[in-house]
Design a protein around this ligand. Structure first.
Ligand code: 28G
Length: 640
């Protein structure tokens, strides 16, 4: 594209169509549709920057929060008159509906679509739009209402050396359910755009708070990747980021990719095509995944690191993988209900070969990174095997428990059948004493914990092995830990944490769970880990005794009793700790499978995992405990 004249504009449809069926153009008239208007305008500025004519975009949210101004320092939208229509190009651009694809041939790939396309849609759906252009030494302005020009293009007689475009618009309340913009949403999106366009400076100004933020990332998507990993609170397993940038002039494509493996148990891949997020992936993402699998597989095969008998799947290879794919291409085809999936077959092969070749080379030239990646892949393959193998053998094999070398403090049960065995891990010797007296000796074993339990997140594996309390637990369970875990050797199918209902108790429960999560994860997955809920209150009314887990339950019981008999005398006793409870009481409320309440510990769904696992592993015990209780499901009916 060398020069532009108004003649290039192709006239298509009127803007009435847009006002009649806004959903067809912006998806809907709710909050997402409203913000879509802003992205149409911002993306035009980003295009001007991508093409090399601008380096700064300023977004101002006005005081009413119902109008915005976007400004760039590009060339300014052309204002020369259209040869046939005799109206300025600016007006044509803002009042004519353009369908994508008409400009394709001459148009370089752009950030969100095609230059200027979309601005007319925004104009049609705004009560007011004011366009200002600084170009050729002067400033022009034209105003519109609901898509119609209400002034001619005016020369404001403001001399200026700078060039650029500025668009003010106020979305139409007749069209949108609400016309109020959401600051947070705007900020997040602008930040992503600054990551996707390395070096682009985006300024955001909120007039109502007078807040001003600058988004600018010289590292582009490599910075974005770092941000995502930091947010996940899981460490990377190798320090070097793998990244590629490939521009191919012949087919006008650009591929930008960054990736790194982490300790996270999930995979996080963000992909974009021409600056548009492809939430459902598509051909580019598939090409990427295949390439990662092939490159890692080939490295592991040549270095012979996969033990005999262990199969390694594509999912194992991608567990913990964080990646960003930012691809630019002409004529992207989107598919699916929300048009969130790229469909061009060429993207798959192109991304695949680009990533595969570069990643193979990376692995071969970064031995410590490749070693760490290989180990990470084996770790997930082993964890998957352990869970599956154990699930298979749970019912089939009748196992005998071996006594081995059991810890001295363990009061074991007499039954040797793991399926009916329960191990109570109890905080403190005095509570342990009550539990030993109150238990069913045939099926229930008790292991009291005394000293400090180490935080498995912060201690090395060696330190953990030397920690008496944890090694007692490992010995009692009899199934090993970490890479040596053999869940089928677990000596009790219910492992129940019994701690005081206070913050110390929560803390110890959390440390234990952190340890299980890190080193015996399959036991959680298989549903072997439980939390007991000892009561905090005993209420005696007449000849009846009631137990309450917490204050809320105590109040509920009191209310219920008072409804029946307003003057009833209720005697309330609060337990300071398990140690205070008589063995018989502990049995009735907490140990006896027929009467107790226990919660099965589960790991939250994939989606919640990022946030909550981070909480679980972090330093704040109360956050972690809340996570556990929210995700533990009541196991009363599992007690059969
Ligand atoms: C402030 C808010 C958003 C823009 C430009 C610059 C040009 C342009 C925009 O041209 C017409 C049709 C297809 C090429 C292009 C200026 C060439 C020469 C431009 C924006 C011309 C649109 N001089 N800056 N549109 N195309 N910024 N910012 O919208 O053939 S839109």
């Amino acid at each position: 594209m060398s020069s532009y004249s108004g003649a290039d504009i192709i006239v298509l449809e009127g803007l009435e169509a847009v006002r009649k069926r806004p959903g067809m153009y912006i998806g809907g008239t709710g909050k997402p549709g409203l913000h879509h208007l802003l992205w149409e305008i911002v993306d035009n500025g980003v295009d001007e920057a991508v093409n090399g004519y601008a380096d700064c975009i300023q977004v101002t949210l006005h005081k009413d929060r119902k109008s915005v101004t976007v400004q760039d320092n590009g060339r300014g939208i052309p204002v020369d008159p259209h040869p046939k229509k005799k109206i300025p190009a600016l007006e044509v651009i803002l009042t004519t509906l353009h369908s994508g694809g008409k400009f394709e041939g001459d148009q370089y790939i752009t950030s969100g679509g095609l230059h200027g396309v979309g601005a007319s849609v925004v104009n049609a759906l705004s009560v007011e739009l004011i366009a200002q252009v600084r170009r050729g030494g002067t400033t022009y302005e034209q105003r519109f209402q609901r898509g119609q020009p209400v002034t001619k293009l005016k020369d404001l007689d403001k001399r200026t050396k700078s060039t650029g475009t500025s668009i003010y618009f106020a979305p139409d309340p007749e069209i949108f359910e609400s016309t109020e913009f959401d600051t947070k949403r705007i900020q997040e999106q602008l930040e992503i755009k600054s990551y996707l366009n390395r070096g682009l400076r985006i300024l955001f100004r909120d007039e109502s708070t007078r807040e001003e933020i600058e988004y600018m990332h010289e590292g582009g998507i490599v910075d974005y990747l770092g941000h995502l990993i930091q947010e996940s609170k899981t460490p990377a397993v190798h320090p070097e980021v793998f990244s590629i940038l490939q521009d191919t002039l012949e087919d006008a494509t650009r591929i930008e990719i960054a990736l790194q493996w982490t300790e996270s148990t999930r995979e996080c891949i963000k992909s974009y095509v021409n600056g548009i997020p492809t939430h459902d992936g598509g051909t580019h993402e598939q090409g990427f995944k295949d390439a990662v699998r092939m490159a890692v597989r080939s490295w592991m095969d040549t270095h012979d690191v996969i033990p005999r008998g262990l199969d390694v799947t594509s999912d194992d290879i991608r567990e913990g993988l964080f990646g960003v794919i930012n691809m630019f291409m002409s004529d992207p085809q989107f598919q699916g209900q929300t048009k969130d999936k790229l469909n061009n077959p060429s993207a798959r092969s192109l991304v695949n070969s680009t990533v595969r070749i570069a990643l193979e080379q990376f692995l071969n030239t970064h031995p410590s990174a490749s070693d760490a990646i290989g180990a990470r892949v084996l770790q997930s393959a082993r964890a998957r095997h352990a869970s599956r193998a154990a699930a298979k053998s749970v019912r089939s094999k009748a196992r005998q428990r071996r006594r081995l070398t059991l810890p001295g403090k363990l009061a074991d049960c007499s039954s040797m059948d793991p399926a009916e065995g329960e191990l109570f891990i109890v905080e403190g010797d005095s509570a342990g004493g009550s539990a030993k007296q109150g238990r069913d000796r045939k099926t229930q074993a008790v292991l009291p914990l005394r000293g400090k339990v180490l935080n498995a997140e912060q201690a090395t594996a060696n330190k953990l092995r030397n920690n008496t309390e944890l090694s007692n637990v490992v010995q009692a369970l009899g199934c090993g830990m970490g890479t040596n875990l053999e869940p089928e050797k677990l000596r009790y199918h219910k492992v129940i944490l019994l701690m005081d209902a206070d913050s110390d108790g929560h803390h110890i429960a959390t440390l234990m769970l952190t340890f299980f999560y890190r080193y015996m994860r399959p036991l959680i997955d298989l549903g072997h880990i439980f939390i007991a809920e000892p009561p905090l209150y005993r209420l005696d009314a007449g000849k009846q005794t009631y137990w309450a887990l917490d204050d809320a339950e105590k109040t509920r019981i009191e209310k219920r009793l008072r409804r029946k008999n307003a003057r009833i005398k209720i005697d309330v006793q609060r337990f300071k700790g398990l140690g205070e409870m008589m063995p018989q009481t502990l049995k009735e409320t907490t140990l006896d499978p027929a009467k107790r309440r226990i919660l099965q510990v589960t790991i939250p769904e994939k989606t919640k995992a990022e946030h909550t696992i981070a909480g679980l592993m972090g330093r704040d015990a109360s956050v972690r405990y809340r996570f556990i209780m929210e995700n533990a499901r009541n196991a009363d009916d599992l007690d059969v």
